[in-house]
Design a protein around this ligand. Sequence first.
Ligand code: CA
Length: 436
Amino acid sequence: MIKTEEFKKRRQQLMKRVGEDAVIILKSRDDMLRNGDAQYRYRQDSDFYYLTGFNEPDALLVLLTGDKSHSEILFCREKDPDKMIWDGPMVGTEDAMSAFGFDQAFDVKEADQRIPLLMQDRERLVFKLGEHEQFDHKISGWVRNIEQRKGQKSRAPEEFVSINPMLHDMRVYKSPAEIQCLKKSVDIAVKAHERMMRFCQPGLCEYDLQAEYMHELTRQQSEPSYLPIIGGGANACILHYINNNQQLKDGDLVLIDAGAEYDYYASDITRTFPVNGRFSARQRDLYEVVLQAQKDAIATVKPGNPWNQPHEAAVKTLSQGLLDLGILRGTLQQVLEEKLYRQYYMHMTGHWLGLDVHDCGDYQVDDLWIELEKDMVLTIEPALYIGPDSDAPEVWRGMGIRIEDDILVTAKGHQVLSSGIVKEIDDIEHIMRPLH
Ligand code: CA
């Protein structure tokens, strides 16, 4: 759990970065209808949550920067006894101050009246520029409201600044409490993967494995951090396969990309294993290439190395493997220079991980790759997809293999957070071996 003090510390850090004489305004995510009267389960906007820890819709965060006028204000729904009969407890303005550490809290119904007064005479307005059309209109309305109050000598902010670069740069570095949350969400996904691996056998359907995964997540008060991919056979070559409705066949591999969200933090793990628990010779050969590529990529994760170094390492090993197995022809130099591997490996080797599965944060600044630093968290996920219609020799077609782990950058190197779920061939076969 992230403590109230940490959320407060983040607000203060952001205000310091923004500088004097600014007003920062951020809105919560709206409640969403799925269909008819049925709601989607509410999930707060990651940026809003990062700064507040507040998990209700219809809320606004207003921060006034400057040593003298410093103030942290939350607008939220006032407690409504009728609504609480249906939906359960609400925080309300009083508890917003005591439990969430705000200096002031107001009923969100008073926002139109109060926010122009809070904004006036501030030089800069910092918000999500151009991300929510309706909210942009709202902001313009508040600015106009100030300008229209002639004779009162009030002045509207003249400079509009995007909050994202400052806020997202903060989110890239994980605090000790955030790392604990990430570890918990990784541990849940690890257990879910192991459960699927043990349960798997020919004749089951992809959704049977998904049910095992959901069972593990639900009993640990977690939910999927994204729609799980469970692809048997050639379905593994469809990068965003989410139908998960085909039968798992004897002799095929199954690729499972499935993570957990716990206390707002995401894990993202992929394992590929034989449906019947035994790798065939060809599956073994291709799997060893991807596994070696993943190890070579992970070995380069340490402070000071550029973001793309793990990718370059993975691509080199994958390319050499494709040549050794006769799936590609030519020299390694040719395969790398002409990017011939792309037919079988068309994505990057990882992404940032945090409150969002594809977490915020730059990968490049001014055409230069970001350098890895301590407390960053990323995934490493090399793969090979030999599609059924690819140019590869027929014996290889229809195999897709990806191995993905979640990695924390430490002071001297890295820590593989998801090492709890096996990936060596012998270990997978051992786990899947029937007891009788
Ligand atoms: Ca993934």
